[in-house]
Design a protein around this ligand. Structure first.
Ligand SMILES: O=C[C@H](O)[C@H](O)[C@H](O)COP(=O)(O)O
Length: 219
């Protein structure tokens, strides 16, 4: 299977985890897009979806799936999303598409986080993929200095503004041996809206597309 076929296979496998008659949390990115396309086939069996980005909301609507404001949702049994990197502990780096803040909010509400990826995303140590950090624009230089003190090399993502009107710093050269600790430290830097480490709220299940088929991993 090619990388795209692996993504699509993981997305198809996620449909089995979608409970009937519920609202579903939906992530952002190329793998999540495959999931949206699969979700459209069973749209009459769900009660709508919460979107983690404007792009996802648009794609859901284009398939005739009702998009529901998270504030009007009491119960979100499942959130399905991709990742840029994931470990066997199901800690992730997310935000390659810049949607990390809304993704983290929807994931926080959801009872179960189902991650869907191709096999290139599975790593032993997080950090080869630059860690995305959403920052309030006026705090850019301060946050960059603080990140440098933590050993990272921040680079401003060019020509990019998030759905929330903020900038993204992509942090290179991190070898993230303790993702929970780094996520906590980054959460304490004033001016950072969200960092792309999903370790305190890791995935519950990984559906990993591989050349041999989809593997299910949990921790
Ligand atoms: O902001 C984007 C999200 O965190 C995506 O889930 C992540 O970048 C993975 O995207 P893709 O499925 O396109 O590799």
């Amino acid at each position: 299977m090619t990388q795209d076929e692996q993504k699509r296979a993981a997305a198809e496998a996620a449909i089995k985890h979608v409970p009937i008659g519920c609202i579903i949390g939906v992530g952002t990115g190329s793998t999540a897009n495959y999931f949206i396309d699969e979700l459209a086939k069973i749209k009459h069996k769900i009660n709508g979806a919460v979107a983690s980005s404007d792009a996802t909301a648009k794609r859901l609507k284009s398939h005739g799936i009702e998009v529901i404001d998270l504030n009007n949702v009491d119960d979100l049994p499942v959130y399905v999303d991709g990742a840029d990197e994931i470990t066997e502990h199901l800690h992730m780096i997310k935000g390659g598409g810049g949607a990390l803040t809304r993704e983290k909010i929807v994931a926080a509400v959801a009872k179960k986080f189902i991650c869907i990826t191709d096999e290139t995303k599975l790593v032993n140590i997080l950090g080869n993929f630059p860690l995305p950090i959403e920052v309030i624009p006026m705090a850019r230089s301060y946050v960059a200095r603080e990140i440098t003190l933590l050993g990272g090399q921040p680079a401003l993502r060019q020509n990019f503004i998030t759905d929330n009107g903020n900038i993204i710093l992509d942090v290179h050269n991190l070898q993230i041996l303790n993702p929970v600790e780094l996520e906590t430290k980054l959460n304490q830097i004033t001016g950072i809206v969200t960092n792309g480490l999903f370790a305190r709220r890791a995935a519950d299940i990984l559906l990993l597309g591989t050349v041999e088929g989809v593997k299910t991993m949990s921790y």
